[in-house]
Design a protein around this ligand. Structure first.
Ligand code: AMP
Ligand code: MG
Length: 343
């Protein structure tokens, strides 16, 4: 299949939007920009189209998809009930990088929910994502548009790299502003529970909901055979071909540790101002306290490691506050939970 690359700069370009919507309405797959990462979209109500997403990504069959909507009017048809907490979260964070798990309506195909009685719903804020959903006139199932297990795509070029020849179209709407996937919170547990940290922070969720539990899979490694609340959390994820390790310790001790690796094979991901401590190539992820910039840069940096042929990536470990909780969650999976304490 030939993959068409379509540049759309504004939601006013209705002719171009219609072409993307036509692909989706006719059961095809289209890579779309969102504020979090690029999504691989299909008509969420078309079971055959949704199955193509799993094939193109090589996604495990038991990892359910997020359904994307463009307005609150679309929500009641997709879920069994809308509890007051969902209304409060939607008022506070939609459109935006928050996914809410609710009891699913019967119209949600099994291919979307993977047999669970629940469905994940999000309303993206990216103007082009929003316009494509409206123009398609159907909710869109859209996981990240990467090959399963690889770092998520934050540019159309990343999508092309993974999906060329496997999907009908990629809409290029520029680089993603958040850079990591949406926060996933379930309202189907006893208390609201954070399943995956993302662009909306735990602190922000607690401001709206009061108490929010944090699933142990957010920062912990599941024991083999243990059943996760969110199927996606059990897989090795976001990893380049290079071996990734997280390094915790002072800059001096990190630099000493880095010297135990062959410099030419080893890329360092560090914070602004730390580059000169290393003889290796470095990519700075922003200043140490600037979590938003870490999120914007992390997946691109992991992809760059492979593009440039590095065999090892050593990453200065971020803390767990704000959006850094999401960055840490992704890095732990990219590193298969390998953390080196250098102090
Ligand atoms: P992705 O779309 O690739 O960013 O992944 C979506 C994430 O949401 C995965 O971690 C899924 O396991 C999770 N997810 C989707 N639907 C549900 C659901 N009904 N219950 C729990 N987690 C879900
Ligand atoms: Mg994904």
């Amino acid at each position: 299949m030939k993959t068409e690359l379509l540049k759309i700069d504004s939601p006013q370009q209705t002719d171009l939007l219609r072409r993307a919507a036509e692909v989706l309405r006719s059961g095809g797959l289209c890579g779309i920009p969102t504020e979090t990462v690029y999504g691989l979209a299909a008509n969420a109500l078309d079971e055959a189209a949704v199955r193509k997403i799993f094939a193109a990504k090589g996604r495990p069959q038991d990892n359910p998809l997020i359904v994307h909507i463009a307005s609150m009017e679309e929500l009641p048809a997709l879920v069994k009930e809308i509890p007051p907490e969902a209304k409060a979260l939607a008022d506070a964070f939609w459109p935006g990088p928050l996914t809410i798990i609710l009891p699913k309506a019967d119209c949600i195909p099994d291919a979307v929910s993977c047999g669970l009685p629940t469905v994940a719903i999000r309303m993206p804020s990216h103007p082009i994502a929003n316009a494509i959903i409206r123009e398609a006139g159907v909710p869109l199932a859209a996981p990240s548009a990467n090959t399963s297990g690889k770092p998520s795509p934050t540019t159309a070029q990343h999508v092309l790299h993974d999906m060329d020849g496997k999907i009908d179209m990629i809409v290029d709407g520029g680089a993603c502003s958040v850079g990591v996937e949406s926060t996933v919170v379930t309202l189907c547990a006893k208390r609201p529970r954070l399943l995956r940290p993302g662009g909306v922070t735990l602190e922000q969720l607690r401001d709206v909901l009061g108490e929010v539990d944090v699933d142990k899979a957010v920062l912990g490694e599941l024991a083999s055979g243990e059943k996760p609340s969110s199927p996606g959390m059990k897989y090795k994820h976001y990893s380049p071909d290079a071996d990734v390790k997280l390094v915790r310790g002072s800059l001096e001790s990190f630099a000493r540790y880095a010297k135990t690796y062959p410099a030419a094979d080893t890329l360092i991901l560090c914070f602004d101002g730390e580059e000169s401590a290393f003889t290796n190539e470095t990519i700075a992820l922003g200043s140490a306290s600037d979590a938003k910039t870490h999120a914007q840069r992390i997946f691109r940096a992991l992809r760059d490691a492979d593009e440039r042929g590095f065999r090892n990536v050593l990453v200065h470990c971020p803390d767990d506050r704000g959006v850094d909780l999401a960055v840490l969650n992704r890095l732990l999976r990219a590193a298969a939970f390998q953390i080196v304490e250098t102090e």
